[in-house]
Design a protein around this ligand. Structure first.
Ligand SMILES: C[S@@+](CC[C@H](N)C(=O)[O-])C[C@H]1O[C@@H](n2cnc3c(N)ncnc32)[C@H](O)[C@@H]1O
Length: 386
């Protein structure tokens, strides 16, 4: 989940999602005037403004980590996650349908948010649940636990996993929803691995325990024009220096499955119960074979997670052929428009690493080449998820 992104609650199917905002030009002037008037009226009460404005919160010395945790303090982001039924119902099903995992067990909920996963675990018969949450939402989680009569089973601890002291030396199960856009954005996975290494018993279970990243290629002429080429000519001015920046930022959006031109390639599977923190940085080769003659404008990454310790293998995918989730897909535009014929292969590799300055950001390097009948190309591109 990206706390800085828009909080669109729409989790309908991809075909129903508008990918573009269309503007009506006719009434633009009138609309602008109205907006200005409203702004003047709204900000005319200076006393109210002073009350609303906590100057301590606007310090220039805030780090991006502060902004990260602040955004999880607002209920809106939790509302969006809770309403993502693919996500939340999968966790609920995993926990309710596998009570054998939880009965009389001690559970650690890493990044509890509103406490929803802790409540599921308590209901499934856990002996005790420690719900650790570092944002202000921890106070709400405390109230929610009390309001639902689970105060004797769930202990909410406000603080960072890396800094808190657990009242117990070991836990039997770690449950967490840590996945960010492109799976690894936000880098909360390291927090889960930290908790695993510090508190999980030898035979303990991590839920979910597998996560895989995939890559495919799409035709996306219209949207690339709108998002990237747009900067070439803005009201007659050349703003292509911004184009370079916009190319470097992967776009989080839903992709229509009809845009997919090639196969979907598995890049990397992570075993959360065994992996080392460094394993989240990797280079993986890919070979994307065209399933029809078409153009390729972008590569698209998505992930799935699975819970392999359940009676029945359970999980969900965030791919373009699956029901939409708030993670959508991650689109990486290519500088070149590739013309590819059915059966030809776009080959290359993707390198993923934590950004050195801001470890919550992800650096991506893609090397690709196509040696086809209509197109001969070889290039390296750099991206940063921020
Ligand atoms: C993606 S949300 C999931 C919230 C909740 N578990 C759910 O499923 O709705 C992740 C939560 O983890 C918290 N978090 C992130 N890093 C943390 C850390 N190092 N220690 C404690 N909480 C953390 C965030 O504040 C956020 O509320």
């Amino acid at each position: 989940m990206n706390p800085q992104a828009d909080t669109n609650n729409d989790t309908t199917t991809t075909s129903e999602r508008p990918r573009k905002i269309k503007f009506d030009y006719e009434d633009d002037d009138q609309f602008q005037d109205e907006t200005l008037d409203e702004t003047v009226t709204e900000s005319s009460n200076l006393e109210d403004d002073a009350l609303m404005c906590d100057t301590d919160e606007i310090g220039a010395d805030k780090t991006s980590a502060d902004y990260y945790f602040d955004s999880y303090s607002h209920f809106g982001i939790h509302e969006e996650m809770l309403k993502d039924a693919v996500r939340t119902k999968t966790y609920q099903n995993v926990i309710y349908k596998n009570t054998f995992l939880f009965k009389d067990k001690v559970v650690l909920d890493v990044g509890a948010g509103t406490g929803i996963l802790s409540l599921f675990c308590a209901k499934a018969g856990a002996k005790h649940v420690y719900a650790v949450e570092c944002s202000q939402m921890a106070d709400m989680a405390q109230e929610i636990v009390k309001a639902n009569g689970f105060s004797n089973v769930i202990t909410v601890l406000k603080g960072k996993i890396e800094e808190i002291e657990l009242p117990v030396a070991q836990v039997d199960i770690i449950v967490s929803e840590w996945m960010g856009y492109f799976l690894l954005f936000e880098n909360m996975l390291n927090t889960v691995l930290y908790a695993r290494d510090k508190w999980l018993v030898n035979s303990g279970v991590v839920l979910p325990d597998k996560a895989s990243l995939y890559l495919t290629a799409i035709e996306d002429a219209e949207y690339k024009e709108d998002k990237i080429e747009f900067w070439n000519n803005v009201y007659g001015f050349n703003m292509s220096c911004i184009k370079k920046q916009s190319m470097m930022e992967p776009l989080v959006d839903t992709v229509d499955q009809n845009q997919i031109v090639t196969n979907c390639q598995l890049l990397k599977t992570m075993d959360i119960s065994k992996m080392a923190p460094g394993d989240a940085s990797f280079t993986a080769p890919f070979k994307l074979v065209a399933e029809r003659d078409d153009y390729i404008h972008a590569l698209v990454a998505y992930f799935d997670v699975s819970f392999t310790k359940c009676h029945k293998l359970t999980g969900f995918s965030t791919g373009p052929r699956s029901r939409a989730t708030h993670w959508k897909q991650t689109v990486l535009y290519l500088e070149d428009v590739l013309t590819i014929c059915e059966g030809e292969a776009l080959t290359g590799s993707m390198t993923v690493s934590q950004n050195k300055k801001n470890p919550r950001d992800v650096d991506i390097m893609i090397k690709y080449s196509l040696n086809g009948r209509r197109c001969l190309i070889s290039r390296t591109q750099y991206y940063r998820m921020r």
